[in-house]
Structure formats: structure tokens, C-alpha cells
Design a protein around this ligand. Structure first.
Ligand code: NAP
Ligand code: MG
Length: 487
């Protein structure tokens, strides 16, 4: 594959491409070989101020956007879906080039995204309130109204998916937005901004300011005219965002902050299914997925057999340039993440886990790490407690469902969980008691745009997707009208 052409590297405000006020740029890289792909405008407070002002103008009650019929918003979002489909191959290549996402995975994500857009678009003209019986002659109803200017702060691990989920939900609700993509992966967010303008989104409704967390990101979270932040990323930054909201204007905050998700394999599970699912649940996208099944609990009766098969599976995964169509396993996003993950692998070895596959960097260029399998992992080990965000499968042993539910819940995270079993009682008990926003049974990582997604505990606040995902961009207003004939 030849390198995809980079068409957009500037800041996008009011449907125009502009340089940073400071004139600064930063390099963006290809994680396959560490080469510089492009210089991108580095937005900072001054640029965020301009973008928020544009979004505020676009949110004025007499603006084109606010006066647009909801059914028309639905058409605009759907048109964006058509354009995403038209440019799907180019966007998949750009995602792979800038992020290291395996090309086939990027293609699959984009196809899923188009379905997602169709579903969210269909909600735009179904936002409706209630009429409420109140005190006899007090005619009471609710209006659901867009919150206002929203700041959307994106992670690097799924740049197109995260942009689409957040922007489309905000647009369906009628909000306007300023997007801050992750520093590692600004390119597809800029390409998508161009598609939104082509789809007919009026100027100022969607603005994109690439830059760094402490500059552009922090300015957005402290801005007095931003009514809500939706963020996906680390717990550490999620907490800073809540503090910024508290220190400024109590803006609404929704957070999706990753996890240490348990996947439980009971002794009656079909191993021909459970082994590949468990592997894909941790190795897909090189482990850089918030819902990765990074604690794999296997029943003691089948433990040895499972571990043997898991190791065999990991060794079959084809590592290579993510832009090649046959590659299954590409590089980590950058050197910093690669170094961090290799550090976790060293800790795993030192703390007594048994390394049975992988464990090393691949070659000397690019950010590649072998799919790695550790057995005999115990709950107190660092690799069983912290989010690694890399291709490291940690296999733990358990004896009873009661025990494993307690151990699965013994974490500050609560994003996802899974169980493989053919026993309905196991399914009902586990799905009821495990502390997680999503529970998968005899599958893992399967999504539909209709289902709410988010975390318990420190994995986040609020939900994305489904009807709840659009409601997260709405305020409820109660109107009470005195119908009494008496004075
Ligand atoms: P991160 O720092 O939380 O980055 C997420 C986004 O927040 C980026 O756009 C980032 O900008 C921005 N940001 C950073 N500091 C900010 C601040 N003070 N105010 C406002 N925005 C700020 O995550 P990371 O450094 O990319 O990755 C670190 C760890 O986070 C990973 O190892 C992984 O464990 C976790 N993570 C989780 C998810 C998830 O899906 N939940 C996704 C990515 C990472 P910059 O790009 O400039 O940092
Ligand atoms: Mg960061």
C-alpha cells in the first residue's frame, strides 16, 4: 500500500482551515517505522477560545443550526454516513498509517461506524418530552433541549470511532462541539471534519482543534462557555476533567476511562470457542482497547488444557506492517506506550508470573511487541491490577463461581466483563453480581449502536450509545402552566 495522502493538517473553525494563533506545529508519526507523516497545527488556549466562540455563535437560538428542523439534522448526519462510506478505504488507510491499527480492523470499524451513524441519525427527530399530570390545573410538560457547546476530548486508540460516536450523538441532540483529538492521532479527525462540512453541517457547529492535553485540552475543560465535556482516556485525566468542571462552571462531564475487565471461563465452557474469543479479547488492536479482557480467570479443572491452547493460539498471530492486508498484529501507538508495556512485562516476570509466549519487542524499528501470554498470574501482581493497554494475556486460576465473582469485582474499574459457560445459573448469577457496564456471555467485544456503553466505578460516568447516549447531550426542562380559571 502506498502512503495515503494527508489532506488536512490545520485547525478547523467555522468550516475554515486556519493555522494556530501561535504559528506552532507538532509532528505526527507512523508507528510502523517512527517516520514523521506531517506537521499539524498545535492549538492552544487562544485557538480553543476562537473555536468555542464559533460554537457558541452556532448555538445561538436564531442560528441556522438551532432553527434547523430535527428531521433535517437527521439527514445531515446520514449524509455524513454516506460520505464516510464513500471514503471508507482512504480513511481506513489513514487510520492505519497514523495509529498502527491493522488495516482490516480499521475497515471493519468504519463499516460498523456507518451503522452507528444511521442509528444515531434516526434518533435526531425522536427527542421528545412528557406531559405530566400535576396538581389538577397545572398543565405540565417537559422539553428535552440540547445542553449547548460541548467539548469532546478523544483518545488515540480508536480515533475514527471515538470521533463519530461523540460528534454524532451531540449533533443528533442539537449541540455544537469543539473536538480535541489525541496528540498521536489528529489526522482522521481532521478528515472527518471536512466530511461533516461537505455533508451540510453549518459553520461553527463542529470545530476541531488538534493540540496537547495540558494546552488545548485543559483550556476546553476550564472554559466558562463550554456546557459539557465528553472524554475517553485515562482515569488520571478523567479526574482532572472533573476537577476542571468543578473549578469552572460545573459543566456536565461524561467519562469513559478504561478498565481491567475480567473474562471468566467455567469448566463446562466450549474451549474451541473460548480460547479464540479470549485471545481476540486481549490481542485485538494490540490490546489497546478499553474493554480488553486483561484478567482471564480459568477454572482449575480445565486450567492446564486452556493455557496450552491459549499459548498455541498466541503463537499463530501474524505480526507485521498494519497497512498490509494480511497482518493481524501491528505496532503499539508510540514509543512511550511500547516502553510502558515492556515495563509491565518485566514486572510480570519479576513478580513470579510464568511467561509462556512472546514477551519481547519485535525488531529495532517501529513499536512492535509480541503477543504475550502469562500463566500462574495471581491477584496481587501488578499485571493483574493495572491497565496495561497492550498485548498481554494474564491467565489466573479459580475454583468456584462465588470466589471468582468476588475476585472479578476486586478492582476500582468496572467497564466490561465476560463469562463462557453453558450453565444458565452461572450466567444469571455472574451477570447480576459482576460490577461492569457491559457483560458478555459466550462472546466478547460484540457491539451494537443501540446498546448503552460505559463503566461502573472508576471506569467512568454516564453512557454513550443507545438512547442514553443522545440523552447525555440533553437537558430536561419542566414547563408548568397555570390553567386555573380562579385568580
Ligand atoms: P490520556 O492522557 O488520558 O489522553 C486522552 C485525551 O485527553 C487526549 O486527547 C489527551 O491529550 C487529553 N488530555 C491529556 N491531559 C489532559 C488535561 N489535563 N486536560 C484535558 N485533556 C487532557 O491518555 P493517554 O496518555 O493517551 O494514555 C494513557 C493511558 O490511558 C493508557 O495507557 C491507557 O491505560 C489509558 N487509555 C484509555 C483509553 C480508553 O479507551 N478508555 C484510551 C486511551 C488511553 P494528549 O493526546 O495531548 O495527551
Ligand atoms: Mg496523553
Amino acid at each position: 500500500m502506498s502512503a495515503p495522502k494527508v489532506k488536512y493538517t490545520k485547525i478547523f473553525i467555522d468550516n475554515n482551515w486556519v493555522d494556530a494563533r501561535s504559528g506552532k506545529t507538532f509532528d505526527t508519526y507512523n508507528p510502523h517505522d517512527g517516520s514523521v507523516i506531517a506537521k499539524v497545527a498545535e492549538g492552544d488556549k487562544a485557538d480553543i477560545d476562537l473555536a468555542v466562540a464559533a460554537a457558541k455563535r452556532a448555538f445561538h437560538r436564531n442560528s441556522e443550526w438551532r432553527l434547523m428542523d430535527a428531521a433535517e439534522r437527521c439527514k445531515v448526519i446520514n449524509k455524513f454516513g454516506d460520505l464516510l462510506l464513500r471514503d471508507a478505504e482512504y480513511l481506513a488507510q489513514l487510520e492505519s498509517y497514523n495509529n498502527g491499527m491493522v488495516l482490516n480492523f480499521a475497515r471493519h470499524f468504519i463499516a460498523m461506524n456507518v451503522d452507528h451513524i444511521r442509528y444515531i441519525a434516526s434518533l435526531a427527530d425522536k427527542i421528545q418530552g412528557d406531559t405530566i399530570p400535576a396538581r389538577g390545573d397545572l398543565f405540565t410538560y417537559t422539553l428535552k433541549q440540547p445542553i449547548g457547546v460541548c467539548g469532546l476530548i478523544l483518545p488515540w486508540n480508536g480515533p475514527i470511532v471515538m470521533f463519530t460516536w461523540k460528534v454524532c450523538a451531540a449533533l443528533a441532540a442539537g449541540c455544537t462541539v469543539v473536538v480535541k483529538p489525541a496528540e498521536q492521532t489528529p489526522l482522521t479527525a481532521l478528515a472527518l471534519a471536512a466530511l461533516l462540512a461537505e455533508a451540510g453541517v453549518p459553520p461553527g457547529v463542529v470545530n476541531v482543534v488538534p493540540g496537547f492535553g495540558p494546552g488545548a485540552g485543559s483550556s476546553l475543560t476550564h472554559h466558562p462557555d463550554v456546557a459539557k465535556i465528553s472524554f475517553t482516556g485515562s482515569v488520571e485525566v478523567g479526574k482532572l476533567i472533573q476537577q476542571a468542571a468543578g473549578a469552572s462552571n460545573l459543566k456536565r462531564v461524561t467519562l469513559e476511562l478504561g478498565g481491567k475487565s475480567p473474562l471468566v471461563i467455567m469448566d463446562d465452557a466450549d474451549l474451541n470457542k473460548a480460547v479464540p474469543y479470549a485471545a481476540q479479547a486481549i490481542f485485538s488492536h494490540q490490546g489497546q482497547i478499553c474493554i480488553a479482557a486483561s484478567r482471564l480467570f480459568v477454572h482449575s479443572k480445565i486450567y492446564d488444557e486452556f493455557v496450552k491452547k491459549a499459548v498455541e493460539y498466541a503463537k499463530t498471530i501474524k505480526i507485521g506492517n498494519p497497512c498490509e492486508p494480511t497482518t493481524q498484529h501491528g505496532p503499539q501507538v508510540d514509543t512511550e506506550m511500547m516502553t510502558k508495556i515492556l515495563g509491565y512485562i518485566e514486572k510480570g516476570k519479576k513478580e513470579g508470573a510464568k511467561l509462556l509466549a512472546g514477551g519481547k519487542r519485535v525488531g529495532n524499528t517501529g513499536c512492535y511487541i509480541e503477543p504475550t501470554v502469562f500463566a500462574d498470574v495471581t491477584d496481587d501482581m501488578t499485571i493483574a491490577k493495572e491497565e496495561i493497554f497492550g498485548p498481554v494475556q494474564s491467565i489466573l486460576k479459580f475454583d468456584t463461581l462465588e470466589e471468582v465473582i468476588d475476585r472479578a469485582n476486586n478492582t476500582n474499574y468496572g467497564l466490561a466483563a465476560g463469562i463462557f459457560t453453558n450453565n444458565v445459573e452461572n450466567v444469571l448469577q455472574f451477570s447480576k453480581h459482576v460490577e461492569a457496564g457491559t457483560v458478555w456471555v459466550n462472546t466478547y467485544m460484540e457491539f451494537g449502536p443501540q446498546a448503552p456503553f460505559g463503566g461502573f466505578k472508576e471506569s467512568g460516568i454516564g453512557r454513550e450509545n443507545g438512547i442514553n447516549g443522545v440523552e447525555a447531550y440533553l437537558e430536561v426542562k419542566t414547563v408548568a402552566i397555570n390553567m386555573s380559571k380562579k385568580l
